[in-house]
Write a protein that binds this ligand. Structure first.
Ligand code: BTN
Length: 320
């Protein structure tokens, strides 16, 4: 009933007479007003004008699952959406759901995280209602050695979606940083459950600073709204999340149908790392070299000053 009512209000040309709505939804007048009151409590601006009817004037800046699902039009990613106002980390919830046989493509999204995490045990700050913090459950048919490709795939999807939605130019730092004007605006975290030589579950976590003010972020980080500059502009987080989910699906289908080649080629076109002189910190090792390419499994290939080509599957990259 809530979904249908919202759908009707969203697509109405003008005011909708309550009796027309009651008829369309097959509910009593009392039930309709109760539902309207519920939507107003969720933050929807719904006006009722005598003799004219009801009209939705504003929708709240919330990632409600019925908002994200409306007009999403994906086949897999986001068919199930779990929405949490506050959570420790969407990664844990997604992994737990995956363990309970949640469908591939299930999304867990939160308005804030109290223990959001990044790679290498780092913290991911998640100011409430400002950014996108979500995890997607995948069950990819790829060997564990190639899971780095999933991180790159998610990076490509986020970069494509941000560019489509905001026009902001985005690049990617290997393996998982989403950069705007050289500053970190987002990151991807991939966590796996694997058995022997097969990946059972991959949970892809995405954190993106959308409408976050820079003073709420760590030093050297940025947000999409900040990059847009000018008078403060709020980016539509629902539309952006939808676009990211569509882009994840597009690229995931590409990976399944054509192999990793196409996705890696797109990644190369967005990479800030390739061609750059970098310092790679992997465990105790620190290597200064020029990043030359990525391998078929998503590993980073660098050329050391000695001419030797080395490959890294994990590590921290500093652009020098
Ligand atoms: C990184 O840059 O190191 C990766 C950051 C990933 C953050 C996201 S926010 C949603 C999901 N939940 C988490 O705890 N982490 C990921």
């Amino acid at each position: 009933m809530q979904d249908k009512l919202l759908e009707s209000l969203r697509h109405a040309q003008g005011y909708l007479p309550p009796e027309q709505l009651c008829q369309r939804l097959g509910v009593s007048r009392q039930a309709l007003w109760q539902e309207i009151a519920g939507l107003r409590r969720l933050g929807y601006g719904i006006v009722a004008v005598p003799h004219l009817g009801l009209r939705m004037e504003s929708a709240p800046d919330r990632l409600y699952p019925f908002e994200v699902a409306s007009g999403l039009h994906t086949r897999l990613i986001g068919k199930q959406i779990h929405y949490l106002k506050t959570v420790a980390s969407t990664m844990d919830v997604a992994m737990e759901l995956a363990g309970k046989a949640a469908a591939e493509g299930t999304v867990v999204v939160a308005e804030t995280q109290t223990r959001g995490r990044g790679r290498l045990g780092r913290q991911w700050l998640s100011p409430r209602y400002r950014g996108l913090y979500f995890s997607v459950i995948l069950r990819p048919d790829i060997p564990p050695t190639h899971t780095a490709v999933l991180t790159l795939l998610a990076g490509v999807a986020v970069a494509e979606a941000v560019a489509r939605c905001s026009g902001v130019d985005v690049s990617i730092k290997w393996p998982n940083d989403i950069l705007i004007a050289g500053r970190k605006a987002g990151g991807i975290l991939t966590e796996l459950r694997q058995e022997l030589d097969a990946v059972q579950v991959a949970v892809i976590g995405v954190g993106l600073n959308v409408n976050t003010a820079v003073h709420e972020l760590p030093a050297h980080a940025t947000s999409i709204a900040h990059a847009l500059g000018g008078p403060p502009r709020r980016v539509d987080r629902v539309a952006l999340l939808q676009e990211i989910l569509r882009a994840v699906e597009e690229n995931y289908v590409l990976l399944q149908k054509k192999g990793a080649g196409c996705v890696l080629e797109k990644w190369r076109g967005m990479a800030a790392t390739l061609g750059a002189r970098v310092k790679v910190a992997a465990g105790r090792e620190h290597v200064e070299a020029v990043a030359v390419d990525i391998d078929a499994d998503g590993g980073l290939l660098v050329r050391c000053d000695s001419g030797e080509i080395r490959k890294f599957m994990a590590g921290d990259v500093l652009h020098l």
